[in-house]
Design a protein around this ligand. Structure first.
Ligand code: GLU
Length: 506
């Protein structure tokens, strides 16, 4: 495919929802797969919903995810500006063009009048729709019913007006969606959407189509919530006489229980983020958690998002960004919503953590140790990481999994003590101390052989020694291989910890 140009066109109304990030990701993957361009355009024509720090947030989020835009504010500005508020002088002429060609008309109905019609319809259990069936009947005040002079007069006197699209009557519109296939719609069910508002700003619909055309967008890949706008958009391209881009509407990301769109409230309730980065709403002071701050690797976040809606057609679940670029295919994006699972999200992070090198994880772990006031030799920390990383979901888990490598246990869980510290255990441990102090070569091999032989010679079960020993060294009945732990701690610390446990538990 040649000349692929896709865009991510968010409105800066707050933090970017993970559904929005997935839209950006699919656009990015599609662009990279076909050596195309990924454009970022900020759709800020609705000034009432504008949030000051949201634009920076969007850019930072794309950066963190590793899917930066190729073209947009400050980058390869071929079609600058990329903020719609800075392009506002541009749109009116296009609305005028549609008036000239008869595809649009001026409407002077005031908000009160429209409200009256709405209420009147409601009283008769009907819904008021501004379209073919009432636009010319005389009840509505627009340039389809007023004389040309009257319209001219109203415009010249500065009366407020909007420009509406004149949706054709009695047509069946046939549209193609890359994901959903052929969609047919009866134009009689559609309304005459406002294209240009009385405040001198275009609506989303007009600005979006004009910009996609001017910016030579080849594919519009966006969320399902925009599917109802597709007929109007396709009609607008027709009205302008422009070639329409191809459309692909992505499925929703659904709540963990499967019904309805995943919301911030679901995240708050079940304890997971729905935003890539932490976000502070400067107006309300409201703080929302982010995947980044919660300890997710961007690779894991991207990986889990990629599979929320796209089916690779194989068993493979772990994908690098490069693999995603190679394998992504719009045709394999599902039509139905994708259920989000917080547990699966964690699983992805665990998988990506395993893929990190010990060196990398150690470098991430060292500052956590420093913060805890622990200074330790880097090589020792590396060995610790190697032993415990398998169980870690997040880097911050490393401490909980390994603190006993750095600190002596100070207490033992009463339940565990009851379970493993029997009447003869203290004597047994005392004997073990003797055995250990006689091991000259405190290596894994030697320690293992000597202790195992000793246990066999006593003709007792392995667990009778190993369980209390684990409690003494780790403080709980968990952790990696005990002999590895002993060798890491060294015989002196091992003995000290066994003696401590004897003192506390006898
Ligand atoms: N500004 C719209 C949004 O906030 C963009 C929709 C589209 O991609 O056409 O999602």
């Amino acid at each position: 495919m040649d000349n692929v140009r896709v865009r991510f066109a968010p409105s800066p109304t707050g933090a970017l929802h993970m559904g929005g990030v997935r839209t950006a990701l699919y656009n990015y993957l599609f662009a990279k797969k076909y050596n195309g361009t990924f454009v970022l355009r900020i759709e800020d024509t609705d000034q009432t919903r504008y949030v000051a720090n949201a634009e920076k947030y969007i850019i930072d989020a794309l950066e963190w995810c590793g899917i930066p835009f190729d073209e947009g504010m400050g980058k390869n500005e071929k079609f600058a500006p990329y903020r719609q508020s800075e392009r506002k002088h541009l749109y009116k002429q296009y609305a005028d063009k549609l008036i000239e060609s008869g595809w649009a008309y001026y409407a002077f109905d005031t908000a009160e009048e429209l409200d009256f019609h709405r209420k009147e319809h409601e009283a008769n259990k009907k819904t008021f729709v501004y379209n073919w069936h009432n636009r010319s009947k005389g009840k509505l005040v627009n340039s389809l019913v007023l004389s040309a002079d009257e319209v001219e007069k109203r415009l010249n006197s500065g009366e407020k007006y909007v420009i509406r699209f004149k949706m054709p009557q009695d047509e069946t519109l046939i549209m193609e969606d890359e994901i959903r296939g052929t969609i047919k719609i009866d134009t009689n069910t559609l309304d005459d959407k406002v294209l240009f508002k009385s405040d001198g700003m275009p609506t989303y619909h007009l600005a979006n189509i004009v910009d996609d055309h001017l910016m030579q967008i080849s594919h519009v890949i966006r969320g399902e919530e925009w599917l109802p706008s597709m007929p109007l958009h396709v009609m607008l391209y027709k009205a302008f006489g422009w070639d329409a881009p191809k459309f692909a509407h992505l499925p929703l990301i659904l709540k963990p229980e499967g019904k309805g769109k995943l919301s911030k409230r679901d995240g708050d309730k079940l304890g997971f983020p729905v935003f890539p980065l932490k976000f502070t709403n400067e107006e309300t002071g409201d703080v929302s958690r982010g995947y980044k701050e919660d300890g997710y690797f961007p690779e894991a976040f991207i990986n889990l998002l990629a599979l929320l809606g796209w089916n690779p057609g194989t068993e493979q679940e772990i994908f690098s960004l490069e693999e995603l670029v190679n394998q992504f295919d719009l045709k394999r994006v599902s039509k139905s919503g994708a259920k989000f699972s917080p547990d699966k999200a964690k699983w992805f992070n665990q998988q990506w953590l395993q893929k990190k090198s010990v060196e990398e994880l150690t470098n991430l772990f060292l500052p956590i140790l420093t913060e805890k006031g622990i200074s330790s030799d880097k090589n020792y920390v590396k060995k610790v990481v190697e032993l415990v990383k398998e169980r870690a979901v997040f880097v911050t888990d490393l401490w909980g999994l390994s603190s006993f490598f750095f600190e002596n246990p100070t207490e033992y869980d009463a339940k565990n003590v009851k379970k493993v510290w029997k009447e003869d255990t203290s004597n047994l441990m005392q004997e073990l101390v003797e055995v250990i102090s006689n091991i000259n070569d405190f290596t894994l091999e030697a320690t293992q052989t000597i202790i195992k032989e000793w246990i066999s010679s006593k003709e007792i079960g392995f667990g009778k020694v190993m369980q209390p020993l684990r409690l003494a060294l780790v403080g709980k009945l968990a952790g990696p291989d005990l002999f590895e732990i002993m060798v890491m701690l060294g015989n002196e610390t091992t003995i000290k910890r066994i003696e401590n446990a004897i003192n506390k538990n006898s």
